[in-house]
Design a protein around this ligand. Structure first.
Ligand code: ZN
Length: 195
């Protein structure tokens, strides 16, 4: 994987970075600090730095998937940011790349979580700072069709009984639990007010 990084198109490269930010945000705050400290080397695709980044992201993901066997449903946290991301991709006819959509989705879902009282204030700004450091967008694309965005969310696969559930942060690096669940019902009214 590392050997092909030099030839990876910019869009795919940035997509990988957005997923790395997501991994840091859901389980590894120290990884987030590391990404921020190495943003310059990451932008130039420095081989040693990228090797570490890919390894750490793979470790995060593996730990989550392995834990899923004990704590059923934990792998749902890998969908953090994706409820909004999928809606943004759909509402923009995929003009927005997946990685860009995931980054924006993570910021927006974290802002909603803060407004819901689920997440420590300032966490969304932490996510945004990290994404900005990697030159990834953190705000909604101009001219976004908000109605399309919302209707796309209604068919998201995490819906149960008409309720949109999403993996939300409790703080940067920590997922908020809802009893035994790894996802929370998303406050759609609060989300609408932010779109
Ligand atoms: Zn993704």
């Amino acid at each position: 994987m590392i050997l092909t990084l030099d030839t990876l198109p910019e869009a795919n490269f940035r997509e990988g970075l957005a997923e790395a930010v997501k991994h840091a945000a859901i389980v590894d705050a120290a990884y987030g600090e590391w990404i921020l400290a190495h943003a310059g080397a990451i932008a130039t695709r420095d081989t040693a730095t990228m090797t570490q980044l890919v390894r750490r992201s793979v470790e995060c993901k593996a730990a989550i998937v392995i834990e899923d066997e004990r704590e059923s449903g934990r792998r749902a946290i890998l969908n953090a940011g994706h409820t909004v991301a999928h809606a943004l991709e759909s509402a923009t006819d995929f003009a927005l790349a997946h990685g860009e959509a995931v980054g924006i989705g993570l910021v927006l879902e974290t802002r909603v979580a803060e407004a819901m009282g689920v997440c420590r204030p300032g966490s969304a700004d932490q996510v945004a700072r990290l994404l900005s450091g990697l030159h990834l967008p953190v705000t909604l694309p101009p001219g976004l069709d908000r109605a399309r965005c919302l209707s796309a969310m209604q068919v998201d696969k995490k819906n149960r009984g008409g309720v949109i559930r999403a993996a939300l942060l409790a703080s940067f690096g920590v997922i908020a639990r809802d009893g035994d669940e790894w996802t929370h019902p998303l406050d759609v009214e609060k989300l609408k007010s932010m779109l």
